[in-house]
Design a protein. Structure first.
Length: 329
């Protein structure tokens, strides 16, 4: 009788856990489409600098919002096709009224129909500028799009009239809503988790290289799961009970508690030539997907991962020579 009672409790508990896991999975799917939903055809929107809130692109209506193929699509064409693709190495440029959406960036045509800039210095609609060389865009440093107010890098010029904005550097809002500041760490984690979730769902890709705009690899990330509930003791500076994993019975001993859906990842830093051999192997692996961000953002992400790792108990910080971390959605 007692054994049967215990079995019923276990079944009920397992059912409840499955329901909660399903809820968190559905919530994580909703997070994926946050960026896509903020960009809709024939809807006016405003681009803000995420760091300071200055307007980058003001009251813009896109006639078409189109997804771009992945960064390594030309390599995949060469692998899968028995004949060369004449379009594989061509750059896609948006026309007026277009917004092209990549994995980590947006491509915009900032030229007006009534005005084509004649100056070699391109200006955004809000006065943000990109210093270019007099005749071409050879210098990488001179193609950086810089926020006029806080000097944060927002993106880079791709060609005359076409600018790439990184999704980690701009906030997109409808004209009806205003800019509401979000802590930088929270925003970066939210955007990165969106990218990881979308790519893992659409392409069954779970390994990623985080690259800077300078071409260097900063982090290797291996996505483990997306159904983790992260419980954190708010206001606690450092404690081994800061993070409570889904299904655990541990809770912070005192103080207010916050909970977030989170991704569990394994990672390896690659700065200062660390893990170069592994990074080179991942570079040549078609199952690894590259994600490109500004170099400063790559360092921010590495710092966020490091802080997450140090908040875990020492016995949970490593797995198979990788470091363990959690990214909040």
């Amino acid at each position: 009788m007692a054994a049967a009672f215990v079995m019923e409790i276990r079944r009920a508990t397992q059912s409840a856990l499955l329901v909660v896991r399903l809820i968190y999975f559905l919530l994580s799917i909703d997070v994926v489409f946050t960026l896509r939903e903020s960009l809709k055809p024939n809807k006016n929107c405003i681009f803000y600098c995420q760091s300071c809130g200055d307007i980058v692109v003001n009251d813009r209506k896109f006639l078409r919002v189109l997804p771009l193929p992945s960064e390594n699509w030309s390599d995949l064409v060469e692998e899968w096709c028995c004949h060369p693709d004449p379009f594989a190495r061509r750059t896609l440029h948006p026309q007026h009224g277009d917004c092209f959406v990549g994995d980590t960036f947006l491509l915009l045509n900032l030229r007006k129909e009534s005005h084509v800039p004649e100056s070699p210095v391109c200006c955004s609609e809000a006065g943000h500028h990109v210093s270019q060389s007099d005749s071409n865009l050879k210098s990488k440093e001179n193609t950086r799009v810089i926020c006029k107010r806080c000097k944060t890098m927002l993106g880079e010029t791709v060609s005359s009239g076409t600018i790439k904005y990184y999704v980690t550097e701009v906030v997109i809002q409808s004209t009806e809503g205003g800019f509401s500041p979000t802590p930088r760490s929270q925003f970066v984690q939210s955007i990165v988790t969106q990218c990881l979730l979308e790519l893992s769902s659409a392409k069954s890709t779970f390994r990623f290289t985080i690259k800077g705009d300078n071409g260097k690899t900063y982090i290797l990330i291996w996505l483990l799961n997306s159904d983790t509930l992260l419980v954190e003791s708010l206001g606690s500076s450092s404690s081994h009970s800061d993070f409570t994993l889904f299904g655990d019975i541990l809770t912070p001993s005192s103080g207010p508690v916050g909970s977030w859906n989170a991704l569990k990842v394994l990672y390896q830093p690659c700065i200062q030539c660390r893990n170069k051999e592994l990074a080179d192997a991942w570079e040549d692996d078609m199952g690894v997907h590259p994600l490109k961000f500004p170099s400063e953002t790559c360092l921010e992400l590495l710092l966020i991962l490091g802080r997450s790792t140090t908040s875990l108990p020492p016995s949970l910080r490593c797995m198979n020579s990788f470091q363990v971390a959690f990214l909040k959605m």
